[in-house]
Design a protein around this ligand. Structure first.
Ligand SMILES: CC(=O)SCCNC(=O)CCNC(=O)[C@H](O)C(C)(C)COP(=O)(O)OP(=O)(O)OC[C@H]1O[C@@H](n2cnc3c(N)ncnc32)[C@H](O)[C@@H]1OP(=O)(O)O
Ligand SMILES: O=CC(=O)O
Ligand SMILES: [Mg+2]
Length: 569
């Protein structure tokens, strides 16, 4: 890249005259492609803020990741997660989170989606109360997607975002009334390989948070938050010590911006099994910055398998059978509602995976009915709002919440769910019921490979077999296959009694690849990354040790350094 010195760093002398490189603070190295639009995001001051965050919190993050490894060793050795006796005082104590900001009191339907330009406009105009713009499960974190995402969000917060779909000659603009914007940065585990700070890849979520916060806090508080904000969703935490880091990040950001402590607000996804035992502790750490918890059901199922990867007595049945009515899932949702309402914040429901089916009215109605049923269960249980994957689902979901929540914006005061206080560790860990089938193994394989193929080409959420698939749902397919292979389980659900072996799996992969080719067509199959995805997925399912996340390995395939250099981390 022109304008950069040795090792990609701009020397102070060069900095002033750089025209085709980023203006970098000391110790920061951008290895992603230069683009004039990106340069408006990657300003020297914004990068300095990200570097300050990285320097202050990197050791805390490393320690938290080490603690995850230690916990994993305990679970692998036979232990199970549970409530921590050392924090009984937090769970039993009488304390409340800060009052909910009026701008987000009503969150009955929240739409989610990647930070893609047209989808951001559609989501903000969708009639949902909130739009969660996603750098995580729904986004493939390529440099292009991330940086364009920041450009898009800045235009969205400024209110100037537009998009011209030339093929359809349609211009997209914001309506007068829009959803409130929440942003979900990546999880703690993901590095950002296009930005090095002091010689190390930056922490992905600090880049996402830092750049978004720096450029948008002032306009957001004016245009969206009525004096509060910005608002965030925080993913994939396993322990309250990770929430404490976020709280400290927020305080540092508020100080930098000169805004009141408690301005920034965040909803934490409870989407790992260890975190369900830490809900009070997480809210406590974030009590000045919290706007509730959310049931991230898909990652939660993934986490159940991952946590119990060395427990062959806790294998899951087919993925399609692990719904919210399984005892352990219902207990998790009930305890989350009780915990949030006791502390004065929203208890958000999760994502039904069904999406509209355009070409088949009967199938579409059946899918909508499943969504309605799921949302009815949520609102009756006491959830204050829920997620929608697609704008076409919003009217039906809104109707269910309107009809069952009355005229109040939430149920925080009216649905205390005191009886859920009696839920035990056993309730939260109870083995899911159901059977394992060859169809389950095949579907996991077909979905996992197609999702990975999409992800590698830059798309992080896709419709597959009339369901939404994203990184969380694909993870379930991967880890379930891995576990069934590892323990050579017998597929007991279809009367065949076949044992899952490497040989069987090899044949399944071959046959499912052929089926994918037939379904997507030869041309698309050849042009796409299906073969690479097949190889990566097969390696991940057959690895002697389970990879922590499918995206960690796959990420190495989308890192693109400019000028070209070794891109593997
Ligand atoms: C487990 C979790 O973490 S859940 C949260 C993360 N996952 C997500 O956010 C998934 C969000 N949903 C999506 O990405 C999409 O709905 C998909 C991929 C599932 C389906 O997408 P498509 O097949 O393109 O949908 P479809 O063709 O029906 O889209 C119709 C219109 O709705 C828009 N649309 C669809 N989903 C969304 C959305 N979530 N947000 C905004 N607009 C959307 C499309 O852009 C399209 O707009 P247009 O008519 O102006 O061109
Ligand atoms: O992020 C949500 C989930 O279900 O996972
Ligand atoms: Mg998730």
């Amino acid at each position: 890249m022109m304008g950069l010195g040795v090792n990609g760093y701009a020397s102070p002398a060069m900095r002033k005259t750089v025209t085709t490189g980023y203006d970098l603070p000391d110790g920061v190295d951008i290895r992603g492609r230069y683009d004039e639009e990106f340069a408006k995001i990657l300003t020297r001051d914004a990068l300095q803020f990200v570097a300050d965050l990285q320097r202050e919190f990197r050791n805390h993050i490393k320690y938290a990741m080490e603690c995850r490894k230690e916990a994993k060793m305990r679970y692998d050795g036979g232990a199970v997660p549970g409530f921590d006796p050392a924090t009984t005082y937090v769970r039993e104590g009488e304390w409340m989170c800060a009052p909910v900001p009026p701008a987000v009191a009503d969150r009955r339907v929240e739409i989610t989606g990647p930070v893609e330009r047209k989808m951001i406009i559609n989501a903000l105009n969708s009639g949902a109360k909130v739009f969660m713009a996603d750098f995580e499960d729904a986004l493939s974190p390529s440099w292009e997607n991330l940086m364009r995402g920041h450009v898009n969000l800045k235009d969205a917060v400024d209110g100037t975002i537009s998009f011209h779909d030339k093929a359809r000659n349609r211009v997209y603009k914001l309506n007068g009334q829009t959803a409130k914007l929440f942003v979900r940065p990546r999880g703690w585990h993901l590095p950002e390989a296009h930005m090095f700070i002091d010689g190390e890849p930056a922490t992905g979520c600090l880049v996402d948070f830092g750049l978004y916060f720096y450029h948008n806090y002032a306009a957001f508080r004016r245009n969206q938050g009525a004096g509060f904000g910005p608002f965030f969703y925080l993913p994939k935490m396993e322990h309250s010590r990770e929430a404490r880091i976020w709280n400290n990040v927020f305080e540092k950001a508020e100080k930098m911006a000169g805004i009141e402590k408690g301005s920034i607000r965040a909803t934490v996804l409870i989407e790992t099994l260890p975190a369900v035992f830490q809900m009070d502790e997480i809210l406590y750490e974030l009590r000045d910055h919290s706007v509730g918890l959310n049931c991230g059901r898909w990652d939660y199922i993934f986490s159940y398998v991952k946590t119990f990867q060395a427990h062959p007595d806790r294998l899951l049945p087919d993925r399609v059978q692990v719904g919210m009515t399984q005892h352990f899932m219902r207990s998790y949702s009930d305890l989350l509602i009780r915990t949030c309402h006791r502390r004065g914040v929203h208890a958000m429901g999760g994502m039904a995976a069904q999406i509209p089916i355009r070409d088949d009215p009967a199938a579409n109605e059946a899918a909508l009915e499943l969504v309605r049923k799921d949302k009815l269960r949520e609102v009756k249980a006491g959830h204050d709002g829920t997620w929608a994957a697609h704008p076409g689902l919003i009217p039906a979901i809104m109707e269910v919440f309107n009809n069952n929540m009355g005229h109040t914006p939430h149920q925080i005061q009216t649905m205390k769910r005191e009886e859920a206080a009696h839920l035990t560790e056993e309730d939260l860990l109870q083995r899911p019921r159901g059977v394992r089938t060859m169809d389950g193994l095949r579907l996991n394989t077909r979905v996992g490979i197609q999702y990975l193929a999409a992800w590698l080409t830059g798309t992080g959420s896709v419709p597959l077999y009339n369901l939404m698939e994203d990184a969380a749902t694909a993870e379930i397919s991967r880890v379930q296959n891995w576990q069934w292979l590892k323990y050579g389980v017998v597929l007991d659900g279809d009367g065949l009694g076949v044992k899952v072996s490497l040989d069987l799996f090899g044949r399944v992969v071959e046959e499912e690849m052929a089926r994918i080719e037939q379904e997507v067509g030869k041309e698309r199959f050849k042009k796409g990354m299906y073969k690479d995805a097949g190889k990566i997925f097969t390696r991940q399912c057959t690895a002697p040790t389970l990879d922590d996340f499918l995206t960690l390995d796959a990420y190495n395939h989308i890192v693109l350094h400019r000028p070209k250099a070794s891109s593997r981390l």
